[in-house]
Ligand binder design. Structure first.
Ligand code: FAD
Length: 364
């Protein structure tokens, strides 16, 4: 096997893998390197919710196209288009729901407001304390635990080189190309894409670049198998709940509640103070969940920057190096923004603008 490529992609999550696929389609020869297994980071432990109702308005065109990409990926990654409800229990939440979902619908998401009667008929197990709800027929979910297996197959089919348990330990610019030090030796490439998720900051530091990347430690929980309770995905007006029942009967519960830990330590910790209110909100929304036992709760690291928009473009100050990450709702948007990133690197005009990693970062 050669050690010289057109581009080295550091990070084999959804961002790195989807970009590599586009690059190979465009005739480049990439290698994808991951410090663990492909899809072992956020892309493999997330809640799998593909909901337009929880996307930022400015990212809606990306999320809409992301949804199309998911439909094409289909069963192989557990994609299900179920439609989704977002719920409000108080007047304040109903106002928030109205305000947020109206903006998202104006941005192109097929979101409508539904009456309580219609909701009761479509989803009879949801709480009777709901006072307002919105519905989006395009919403659904995928099975994030299949991400690594899915992309491994796609990379293999496309003839793309990848190395697992082969993390970048250092990167140098040397005679017009990059030298990436790994446990398997030095890989050389003319270009570089940093797609290392929550590990972007230390990876960019190899090249002396300081990225303002911060990390959230999101928690997800899963119940034992339950009889059929709900067909649709379910969210809450505040964004503090996402829920779906899988075909095997288990119910997956998330909502961005924070655990403890750092990516450098390798794994995060779940805390009772945040899991308890997350589960209480789930049980309040879907009453029969009171009978369910929780089998497992876990955490994953999600990267962001101060304005909560993606880093997607050239790495500031380093010719031929690029960065892709910090995409809010990144599982949904990943397959599409990866193809945009690929187009940029191939020298093609991307269908939608990317997000300059060298911009000023003001808090939103
Ligand atoms: C718990 C949780 C729940 C979420 N729920 C949702 C959801 O329901 N819907 C949604 O749309 N989004 C969700 N997200 C966000 C989404 O998962 C992320 O935005 C997306 O997966 C990020 O993809 P990525 O490829 O940038 O990062 P990752 O998937 O983390 O990939 C980065 C990869 O880089 C590798 N790496 C790091 N350092 C190195 C190195 N030195 N050398 C080589 N490889 C390296 C890591 O091992 C990792 O595999 C959630 C996130 C979390 C954490």
């Amino acid at each position: 096997m050669t050690d010289s490529y057109d581009i080295a992609v550091i990070g084999g999550g959804i961002m790195g893998c989807s970009t590599a696929l586009r690059l190979a389609e465009g005739g480049m020869w990439p290698i994808v390197l991951d410090q663990g297994d492909l899809g072992q980071g956020a892309s493999g432990v997330n809640a799998g919710t593909l909901s337009l109702q929880i996307k930022r308005v400015k990212l809606m065109p990306y999320a809409l196209r992301g949804h199309r990409a998911w439909e094409a990926m289909g069963d192989a990654i557990g994609f299900r288009k179920t439609g989704g409800y977002t719920l409000a229990f108080t007047d304040g939440e109903a106002e928030l729901l109205q305000e947020r979902q109206t903006l998202k619908s104006e941005a192109g998401a097929p979101i409508e407001f539904v009456t309580r009667k219609a909701l009761r008929e479509a989803a009879p197990n949801l709480s009777h304390k709901i006072i307002a709800a919105s519905y989006c027929a395009a919403d659904g979910y995928a099975n994030s635990s299949l991400t690594g297996q899915y992309y491994r197959g796609r990379l293999r089919d496309a003839g793309i080189a990848y190395r697992e348990r082969c993390g970048a330990m250092a990167v140098r610019r040397e005679a017009g190309r990059f030298a990436v030090e790994t446990p398997a030796g030095t890989m050389h490439a003319r270009r570089l894409l940093l797609a290392a998720g929550a590990w972007l900051k230390p990876v960019a530091a190899f090249l002396g670049v300081e990225l303002p990347v911060r990390v959230r430690i999101n928690t997800v929980s899963v119940t034992e198998r339950m009889p059929p309770l709900i067909h649709h995905i379910v969210g809450h007006a505040t964004g503090l709940l996402t829920m779906k029942q899988k075909p095997n009967g288990t119910v997956l519960i998330g909502g961005g509640w924070q655990g403890r830990g750092t990516p450098q330590e390798g794994r995060g910790e779940v805390t009772a103070e945040t899991v308890a209110p997350n589960l209480a909100l789930a049980q309040f929304a879907l009453t029969p969940l009171k009978e369910a036992r929780i089998l497992r709760s876990w955490t994953g690291f999600e990267a962001n920057v101060p304005d909560f928009y993606p880093l997607a473009g050239p790495l500031p100050g380093i010719e031929d190096a690029f960065v892709l990450g910090c995409v809010r709702g990144g599982y949904t948007i990943g397959p599409f923004i990866g193809s945009l990133m690929g187009d940029l690197i191939l020298g093609r005009e991307p269908e939608l603008p990317l997000f300059d990693p060298g911009r000023d970062f003001d808090e939103d």
